[in-house]
Design a protein around this ligand. Structure first.
Ligand SMILES: NC(=O)c1ccc[n+]([C@@H]2O[C@H](COP(=O)([O-])OP(=O)(O)OC[C@H]3O[C@@H](n4cnc5c(N)ncnc54)[C@H](O)[C@@H]3O)[C@@H](O)[C@H]2O)c1
Ligand SMILES: [Zn+2]
Length: 363
């Protein structure tokens, strides 16, 4: 069943016909009580509401058991397949509550309400749920698409500058993968200095959101359970981005942006990107990247051994996907050929390190 994507100016009604509070389990980021004006009285209309503390700690077995115990105590003798789990928060809450919805009583209905740009653009679409295990991310999880994802403008537009900046990496990634007319028309370059500029950039994000979501869903539909490798294209910028994220502790969005810049350099070095296409792509990027100017490549210097370790960890995560990966030290890398043109090819970790060193990312 296809997920319904709903774009609303403000919160829906906390009553029928929008939601039935008597059969809805709301799992929400408790920070929203203070961060989002009007959220507290709104959520109070739901008798079965469970605030959680967002972040990676939430996605653990122990916190899962804690919340499960609370929920089961309150609704265990009532809840059934017609009940809905309403997941409100960023990606961590969505992954956690999505997993809960997929296994509790053998599956309840699921509605996502993403409250960060990352969740609105990426994590609340595509059906992946996840808990972390054994020191690694998302080792336990299910594919469980929501019946509906509700994006609320007033919540997303209230997010601070840092979160707006964080959205860019994923948005530019999906625009490059898709390359449709919306991507060609995209102009994100108004900067984010000052609150008016942040708001006008956030409005541009809001306008682009339905296109970005549909672009992701086009790929997801071709490989809903990540069996064929088609979905790997969504990893653009993530191979080296994950290295930057884990070594430097930078945010996911910033790291993916930098990882994307590396993917372009690598694509040029390997001949995937010809000079003419590279120029066109550069011109397009100039229209987008004004707000990203503060995120500088020159601030990144990673030890080669550290980068190797992280790349090999990433390899473990993606091995077994697709057909082309034969060698042991190879990862599947997403190269860029131009706007709307990407290709996934196996490359050795040592090759990635060599090009990263040549381009000044490593010490
Ligand atoms: N399932 C998927 O396909 C998928 C894809 C990408 C990422 N993820 C997961 O998503 C998570 C990261 O997502 P995230 O950055 O949204 O995480 P998050 O849920 O940790 O939220 C980030 C921060 O924003 C705060 N926040 C949330 N909404 C807010 C609001 N409206 N106003 C102010 N603050 C708000 C949170 O309290 C938190 O401090 C990771 O766990 C990652 O593994 C999942
Ligand atoms: Zn990402």
């Amino acid at each position: 069943m296809e997920t319904i994507q709903l774009y609303l100016d403000r919160l829906p009604r906390a009553r029928k016909p929008d939601f039935d509070p008597e059969t809805t389990i709301v799992i929400f980021d408790r920070k929203l009580m203070t961060a989002v004006p009007g959220f507290k009285p709104w959520v109070t209309a739901f008798p079965y509401r469970f605030p959680v503390r967002s972040g990676e700690g939430l996605k653990s077995f122990s916190s899962f058991q804690q919340t499960l115990t609370k929920i089961h105590k309150k609704v265990g003798d009532k809840a059934g397949p017609k009940w809905t789990v309403l997941a409100i928060g960023g990606g961590s809450v969505g992954d956690f509550a999505g997993f809960f919805a997929s296994v509790y009583k053998r599956g309840l209905r699921l509605v996502h309400m993403p409250t960060t740009w990352l969740a609105a653009i990426d994590s609340s679409h595509g059906g992946k749920t996840g808990l972390n295990f054994g020191g690694a991310k998302n080792q336990i999880g299910t594919f469980y698409p929501s019946e509906m994802t509700v994006m609320v403008k007033s919540i997303l537009l209230s997010l601070p500058r840092k979160q707006v900046l964080d959205a860019f990496g994923e948005l530019i990634k999906i625009a490059v993968i898709d390359g449709g007319s919306w991507a060609k028309r995209l102009r994100l370059g108004r900067g984010t200095n000052g609150s008016r500029a942040v708001r006008s950039t956030a409005l541009l994000l809001w306008k682009a959101l339905p296109f970005a979501v549909e672009a992701k869903m086009k790929t997801v539909r071709r490989d809903p359970k990540e069996k064929t490798g088609v979905r790997q294209v969504l990893n653009l910028g993530h191979t080296f981005g994950h290295v930057i994220e884990s070594v430097t502790g930078r945010s996911h969005g910033e790291s993916i942006w930098l990882g994307f810049l590396f993917a372009i350099e690598f694509s040029l070095a390997e001949g995937y990107l010809k000079m003419r296409e590279a120029e066109l792509l550069n011109d397009w990027l100039k229209l987008q990247s004004e707000p990203l100017k503060s995120i500088k490549k020159s601030q990144i210097k990673i030890k080669t051994a550290e980068a190797r370790k992280r790349l090999l960890q990433d390899k473990k995560r993606t091995s077994g996907l697709g057909r082309k990966q034969k060698n042991n030290d190879e990862v599947r890398f997403v190269f860029v050929r131009g706007l709307g043109k990407t290709v996934v090819e196996p490359v050795s970790v040592e090759k990635i390190l060599k090009v990263a060193r040549q381009n000044g990312w490593l010490k």
